[in-house]
Design a binder for this molecule. Structure first.
Ligand code: S5P
Length: 265
């Protein structure tokens, strides 16, 4: 079923997790990853209950939860799995390979519950092997999203850096895809041309209200991001700060799904 909607992305994909994501997205008719940036466990549970049916993945920042405990987190991950959501820890790893492997353990132990993690390639490509080794240490598989662009004003990921990240990441089976800048569709189209047809591009910096956000964040339109080559819109405050998060999530789901249909038809 997913193949009929995802066209060349499905046909070219060699990643088990990318296929899993495309299937979940097709079941829910949503290309939305919720950036679940709430700092209490209760707030996070409320979010899953409210928006679970309308989003395909849940992006976490595990270290910003004030009342985090391993037991509560295990319950939260199990609720996310029950809601048919991929779990994506936005840890933005950046260290050398062996330290990144160790950081997949530690108190938060993302190797045990995260399907996806983000990483900067600033330290070189061994970081991807380190993260993959972290998952293998507990008999799991996962995917790395490399930051090729960022949505924040004044970031230092210049076009030459982006090209190098893409050139290295494209060839690595442990790389699920790239983070692109959802606030600038023209930059995103260029990124898609460089990435090619196979790997995922996921984009933060997306909001139905386009323009500047808080502290240098910038926002672009969800439909335009998908048409420019994004495979998943990462939406935070547009959903979790809405008066009615469920209706907001539904609106983002519809915008993203309709854009995928438009893009592939
Ligand atoms: O370039 C980036 C990369 C990421 S992963 N810009 C971002 O904003 N993000 C993340 O996306 C950020 O950490 C936050 O969790 C989310 C955007 O949230 P929003 O509230 O601005 O939609």
């Amino acid at each position: 079923m997913a193949s009929e909607f995802w066209g060349e992305r499905w046909a070219n994909s060699t990643s088990e997790i990318a296929k899993k994501y495309m299937e979940v997205a097709a079941r829910k008719k949503s290309l939305v990853c919720l950036a679940a940036d709430r700092n209490t466990m209760a707030g996070l549970f409320d979010l899953i209950d409210a928006v679970g049916p309308h989003v395909a993945a849940l992006k976490t920042h595990v270290d910003l939860v004030d009342d985090w405990t391993p037991e509560n987190w295990a319950k939260f991950c199990s609720a996310a799995n029950d809601a048919d959501l991929l779990i994506f820890e936005d840890r933005k790893f950046a260290d050398i390979g062996k330290i990144s492997r160790s950081q997949m353990a530690g108190i938060y132990e993302p190797r045990k519950w995260a399907d996806l993690v983000t990483a900067h390639l600033i330290s070189g490509p061994d970081i991807v092997d380190g993260l993959q080794a972290g998952w293998s240490d507990v008999g799991r598989v996962g995917g790395v999203l490399l930051l090729a662009q960022m949505s924040s004003r004044g970031n230092l990921l210049n076009p030459d850096y982006t090209d190098q990240v893409v050139a290295k990441g494209r060839e690595h089976s442990g790389v699920f895809g790239f983070i692109g800048n959802g606030s600038r569709p023209e930059e995103l189209s260029e990124l898609r041309a460089k990435v090619g047809k196979e790997k995922m591009i996921w984009t933060p910096g997306v909001n139905l209200a386009v323009g500047d956000g808080e502290m240098g964040q910038r926002y672009g339109d969800p439909r335009e991001a998908v048409l420019a080559g994004s495979d998943c819109i990462i939406v935070g405050s547009g959903i979790h700060r809405a008066d009615d998060p469920a209706s907001a999530a539904k609106a983002y789901a519809e915008a993203s799904w309709n854009a995928l249909i438009e893009r592939e038809s």
